[in-house]
Design a protein around this ligand. Structure first.
Ligand SMILES: CC(=O)SCCNC(=O)CCNC(=O)[C@H](O)C(C)(C)COP(=O)(O)OP(=O)(O)OC[C@H]1O[C@@H](n2cnc3c(N)ncnc32)[C@H](O)[C@@H]1OP(=O)(O)O
Ligand SMILES: CCCC(=O)O
Length: 448
């Protein structure tokens, strides 16, 4: 038995034992994304009668629904990027809070002591290797920074997590771990396949592909639309593309396996796609397993606009819920209802504009059909009260709908309104013009 295996045996305890370390009032980081613990969560929730005001922090709550949310009197649940689960929890059960983040700063929040002190970090990891390291699998993010600063580290070993090579900070050593908990061998990861792009998404993707050159470096954000763009890129005749992203999604598998993306022209991380978390289908998880085509890095590398700016012809493609006539972008809330989060959007919107030849694309279908079957414009005069502006107007570069791609950067207010109306659904244009007139961002000489 090696010394690491001995240390492992000494630290390996049942989940119920490990979570005894948590006290009322503690701040506990659950691993983000696929790093969310499952057996430790069940064991912690079982202590709800004796605990009060334990803060839990996650990002993008993936299935299964955490057990702690069933006991809001004991656990204060925070999500740094809302998913469907967190939307339902907040909207229908009044449970959970959103936690705004400037993602590239996250590791420094911990290392510089800005974030509330983490008493305990619990996250899923791959089985320990011969050198005593637990690979963090599909999440890197700010995990090591949080662990360094916390009083106690609990790792939940899930043998089904893929081993994801770095990069940097993709593994934690047994010597930095206080407790090891073993998850059952059949604990599967949530399989989240992306739907095939619809006609509008294909049109939008094709409009964006027209702006991409051979050798460009691509970032795709979260959501259905960026995935659609990746699929269309995979079917294009583009060559030698590079990738650099926060989230590795199924679309990267499409772009790499089709031979479109090989990273051969990049000035950083040549032949590899840096990312800070991977989220998608089982196909993606099988793809990243021990695959040097991708590299797991902390968020202060993938998302630092100063890093992004070093990659020439950087094309950033992100999805929005709504854009207003001022060209403000709302990618995260509908009125006061939190839908998602800003995530790394700001980081990539500005980083791509700092890149030589770089462009930022905000894409959205021109309309949304609500649950009553009513068609609503996503291009609005102004957002509903309480909506959050994710990207302020002076940072917006290109906006794309199925009616066109317009560059609003460096344009006046009336010109922006005109450009936005030109890509709105025709049924809504007349009303948008009236609103623009009332808002004093319309000139008589504007196109009618
Ligand atoms: C992880 C990262 O941060 S990568 C770096 C970039 N970061 C970002 O882009 C973060 C911000 N962007 C996002 O979070 C996403 O791209 C989004 C939210 C804009 C779109 O994501 P998608 O998963 O495609 O959203 P989807 O179309 O499913 O809409 C989400 C919800 O809002 C509802 N919705 C969307 N648009 C509207 C609208 N105009 N009016 C009313 N409801 C709407 C949908 O019905 C859905 O509701 P439900 O699932 O609760 O029933
Ligand atoms: C920490 C959350 C960041 C994201 O999901 O983009």
């Amino acid at each position: 038995m090696s010394r690491f295996s001995r240390e492992y045996s000494q630290k390996c305890v049942p989940a119920e034992e490990a979570v005894k370390v948590i006290k009322s009032g503690d701040v506990v980081d659950y691993g983000f994304f696929n790093g969310k613990p499952v057996v430790c969560d069940i064991a912690l929730a079982a202590r709800h009668e004796e605990l009060r005001d334990v803060e839990i922090h996650v990002a993008v709550t993936l299935p299964p629904v955490p057990e702690v949310v069933k006991h809001p009197e004991s656990f204060v649940y925070h999500d740094l990027q809302f998913s469907k689960i967190s939307r339902v929890l907040q909207r229908d059960f009044n449970v959970g809070f959103y936690y705004p983040i400037m993602y590239h700063q996250a590791p420094s929040w911990f290392r510089e002591g800005v974030a509330p002190h983490r008493n305990v970090v619990i996250c899923t990891v791959c089985p320990m290797d011969a050198h005593g390291y637990f690979n963090l699998g599909l999440h890197n993010s700010a995990t090591l920074a949080a662990m360094e600063e916390s009083d106690c580290v609990i790792v939940e070993v899930n043998p089904n997590l893929p081993v994801c090579p770095g990069g940097a900070e993709e593994a934690v050593h047994i010597s930095a771990v206080n407790y090891v908990v073993e998850a059952p061998a059949d604990l599967a990861l949530a399989d989240l396949p992306s739907p095939e792009p619809n006609e509008q998404e294909r049109t939008i993707a094709e409009l964006i592909v027209d702006h991409i050159k051979d050798g460009s470096c691509i970032q795709l954000g979260i959501g259905g639309m960026p995935n659609a763009v990746g699929k269309i890129i995979a079917q294009s005749d583009l060559k030698n593309l590079g990738g650099h992203t926060e989230m590795l999604s199924d679309a990267y598998v499409d772009m790499i396996e089709s031979g479109r993306m090989n990273g051969s022209k990049k000035s950083l991380d040549r032949y590899r796609v840096p990312y800070t978390f991977a989220m998608g289908s089982k196909r993606l998880y099988d793809f990243v397993d021990n695959n040097p085509a991708a590299a797991s890095y902390p968020a202060d590398y993938t998302n630092d606009p100063r890093v992004i700016a070093q990659l020439d012809n950087f094309i950033s493609i992100n999805n929005a819920l709504q854009v207003d006539l001022y060209t403000q972008v709302n990618a995260e809330s509908l009125g006061t209802n939190q839908v998602s989060g800003n995530g790394g959007m700001w980081d990539f919107v500005i980083g791509s504009q700092w890149s030589k030849g770089g462009k930022s694309f905000i894409c959205l279908t021109s309309t949304f059909t609500n649950s009553k079957g009513e068609l609503q414009s996503r291009i609005l005069p102004t957002f509903a009260p309480g909506s959050i502006t994710t990207i302020p107007r002076h940072m917006t570069d290109y906006v794309v709908t199925e009616y066109g791609a317009v560059q609003v950067r460096a344009q006046s207010t009336w010109k922006r309104a005109e450009l936005m109306i030109s890509i709105a659904h025709p049924d809504f244009r007349e009303n948008l013009i009236k609103e623009a007139e009332a808002m004093k961002i319309w000139r008589n000489s504007n196109k009618k």
